[in-house]
Design a binder for this molecule. Structure first.
Ligand code: NAD
Length: 243
């Protein structure tokens, strides 16, 4: 499949987990795929550029570097994100601001820098990484859920604003995905095997979602076969949303 041949795709948080699987899949389908991350990852044929989505100057410089090196920007995957645990009272203001800065404002910053280039593309698409936490009432995830609910709302607003410019905007909402992030959560648990079994049991299909399954959904939403789809949040959650 080479549906992305000739196109340049930027994936934030592309050095690990869902972002890495997405950048690899897009590269495998013909894109020049560039992972933007705190530490650039050199993993040919994928390219890596350093960027901190909380720093406007860093984001602008990274997007400018992508366009200078590769000539264009067609697909933006806003995926960089961080987690937070606890109920609504668990985190102080500065932690709320830190998480919202990465998970929500980070998407706005990268999109702002990318928009002039996306407007010039005949195949422009943005895919944001939301979460089942943005829909379901997951316990002990108040701040994280608020950030991902904002991502879902932002996706719809961006879709409305940019559809007439030929830019589609969609999101994926994964369940619990087997990535280094979840690996870190398991490592911190008293009994990692027990905790893993509990996370698997929470998924109606009885296992964790794979990063490649999320990447497949992102590639669909970024590619020509979803050319009439914008403003959608696609669950990749093994049925969690049906509960
Ligand atoms: P991960 O920790 O494996 O990868 C996240 C990447 O984002 C890392 O490479 C990290 O360096 C990068 N990143 C973090 N802060 C950044 C910043 N300021 N600037 C640039 N890059 C930054 O995590 P993952 O599980 O692959 O998660 C990716 C996305 O998927 C996140 O938005 C997360 O909220 C979302 N998500 C994950 C799960 C899950 O269960 N793993 C479920 C639903 C949604």
């Amino acid at each position: 499949m080479s549906e992305f041949a000739g196109l340049v795709a930027v994936v934030t948080g592309g050095a690990s987990g869902i972002g890495l699987a997405t950048a690899r899949l897009l590269a495998g389908r013909g894109a020049t795929a560039v992972a933007l991350d705190l530490e650039p990852r050199v993993d040919p044929p994928m390219h890596g550029v350093r960027a901190d989505v909380t720093d406007d100057g860093s984001v602008r410089a990274a997007v400018a570097e992508v366009v200078e090196r590769f000539g264009r920007l067609d697909v933006l995957v806003n995926n960089a994100g961080i987690g937070a645990q606890g109920d609504v009272a668990a985190n102080p203001d500065d932690e709320w601001l830190r998480v919202l800065d990465v998970n929500v404002l980070g998407m706005a910053r990268v999109t702002r820098a990318a928009l002039p280039h996306l407007r010039r593309s005949p195949a422009a698409a943005i895919v944001n990484t939301g979460s089942i936490a943005g829909w379901a009432g997951l316990p002990q995830r108040a701040l994280y859920s608020a950030s991902k609910g904002a991502v879902h709302a932002l996706t719809l607003a961006m879709a409305a604003d940019h559809v007439r410019e030929g830019i589609r905007v969609n999101a994926v909402a994964p369940g619990t995905v087997d990535t280094p992030w979840v690996g870190r959560l398991l490592d911190a648990a008293d009994d990692p095997a027990d905790e893993r079994a509990a996370l698997e049991a929470r998924q109606p299909h009885g296992r964790l979602v794979s990063a490649e399954e999320v990447a497949g959904a992102v590639a669909y939403l970024a590619g020509p076969l979803s050319g009439s789809t914008t403003g959608t949040v696609l669950a990749v959650d093994g049925g969690m949303r049906t509960l």
